[in-house]
Design a protein around this ligand. Structure first.
Ligand SMILES: [Mn+2]
Length: 454
């Protein structure tokens, strides 16, 4: 099991203790999750907060951090002989605990006797089983701690150099997945044949997917998990897939490319707009910039581009303000990235991506913006603009007469079989600006065609 140094975990816990006054902090690890019966489980995924403070990638553990003292503990079990017969010997929990700076381990059954149920801080549970454990087994009746949520968000939002290196590793594996897909696609293949190449690549690096693969000729469906379509010349295919390393840091990359290997001129026009949205958004990143403004500026570039193609018309400021961009990009420009592909989404987007005094919009597009607040050095985020032609949405807006004075609906009919384009990179905020993490992944038309056109 790869771990950061003992000092890393100890310092992370020390920093948390300074932010949370009094009580006891409980960080729950995940358990195995059954698929169709108890012994047949999904791939085990440790809780990211547990990984951050205690590092150990094993089921059935709970961490206790004592803000007033030095005696942080892990509750769990050493493997029994029966476990070893079925699962094989693994490094003892006591030895792993030692490597993350924990001296005291205790059986999970003893946890209830160590805690004061009215004084614990815990994070929002996202699995029903954990909720039952907290409420019934431990008898904790108080809600999760927003003080703890805010402290964890503040800490995990700023990535250290060793975390950035681990993320670059995840992104470089992700890069290999994308290159494999670009090289594999041929007209006449089914999407799942290419998904197989993506999965082969991720497994060959001892990594896992950080989220289910989105790979589709129907790129206009934002999270499309159906892989059964026949890919035909003239279509675009969208690949949104990423790896997480064995330390669980995630990559999240999207590329869109032509099935035939060459973009048509119509595809190039839309692709260049999205590429401009992506590169100009990235170029504007630095500490202090509100990501909501970057999102709005990307929408402006989108609307100016579509205006040049005669699909929309009107004053750009008005178009942005009215939310016309949402018809073509009904999602946000990006989100935080780290141990989770939507980093810390379990803790609540209102804390991770927004701040007090920053209200979430109800407008299509802007309402799905997961990260809106001012950026700071050490943040890692995705920049993932897109342009989609969603027939159902376009037909609904047209029939309701929405944006009637801004949209050339007659011309838009010519794009109903276009699909969608999204281009996504992963970016760290530095003191002076930004750094695109990982080795470059082809994204200009010329560079993409060099791979797909072979
Ligand atoms: Mn993403």
């Amino acid at each position: 099991m790869r771990l950061f140094s003992k000092e890393t975990y100890r310092l992370r816990r020390e920093q948390l203790k300074k932010q949370v006054k009094g009580g006891q902090i409980l960080i729950f690890g995940n358990n195995e999750a059954p698929m169709n019966y108890k012994a047949n489980t999904y791939r085990f995924r440790q809780d990211s907060n547990f990984l951050y403070y205690f590092g150990i990638n094993m089921p059935g553990l709970v961490g206790l951090i004592d803000p007033n003292g030095d005696n942080d503990m892990i509750f769990g079990h050493e493997l029994t002989l029966d476990d070893i017969i079925w699962e094989g010997p693994v490094e003892p929990l006591s030895s792993l605990a030692e490597k993350v700076g924990i001296q005291t381990i205790s059986p999970l059954e003893k946890l209830a006797s160590f805690i004061h149920p009215s004084e614990v801080h815990y994070l929002p549970p996202y699995r029903g089983e954990r909720e039952i454990f907290i409420k019934e087994t431990l008898g904790i009746k108080i809600p999760y701690s927003t003080a703890l949520v805010k402290a964890v968000v503040a800490q995990r939002s700023v990535k250290s150099a060793e975390e950035l290196a681990e993320m670059a590793l995840a992104i470089n594996i992700t890069r290999e997945m994308h290159l494999a897909a670009m090289k594999a696609v041929r007209p006449g293949m089914r999407e799942y044949e290419v998904v197989a190449e993506i999965l082969k690549t991720v497994k060959s690096h001892n990594a896992e997917l950080s989220y289910p693969v989105i790979f589709s000729v129907n790129g206009q469906t934002l999270h499309n998990h159906y892989h059964g379509n026949l890919m035909q010349a003239g279509q675009l295919v969208l690949n949104d897939s990423g790896a997480e390393t064995d330390m669980a840091y995630a990559g999240d990359i999207t590329r869109t490319f032509p099935v035939s290997g060459r973009f048509t001129s119509k595809q190039k026009e839309i692709y260049e707009i999205v590429l401009k949205m992506e590169t100009e958004s990235i170029a504007s990143l630095r500490p202090g910039v509100a990501y909501r403004d970057v999102h709005l500026n990307a929408n402006r570039i989108l609307l100016e581009g579509l205006s040049a193609l005669g699909l929309v018309s009107g004053d750009p400021d008005t178009l942005v303000q009215e939310g016309v961009g949402g018809l073509f990009m009904p999602h946000g420009l990006g989100h935080s990235l780290g141990l989770d592909v939507h980093d810390m989404e379990d803790l609540g987007e209102e804390y991770v991506g927004y701040r007090e005094g920053m209200e979430r919009s109800t407008q299509l597009g802007l309402k799905s913006l997961r990260l809106a607040k001012e950026l700071e050095t050490g943040n890692v985020l995705t920049v993932e603009p897109g342009c989609y032609f969603i027939p159902e949405l376009i037909h609904k807006y047209r029939s309701e007469g929405r944006f009637a004075s801004y949209i050339n609906y007659a011309r838009l009919e010519e794009y109903l079989d276009f699909g969608g384009v999204r281009i996504e990179d992963n970016v760290a905020i530095t003191a002076n600006g930004f750094e695109i993490l990982g080795e470059p992944i082809p994204k200009t038309i010329e560079d993409v065609e060099k791979i797909t056109g072979q």
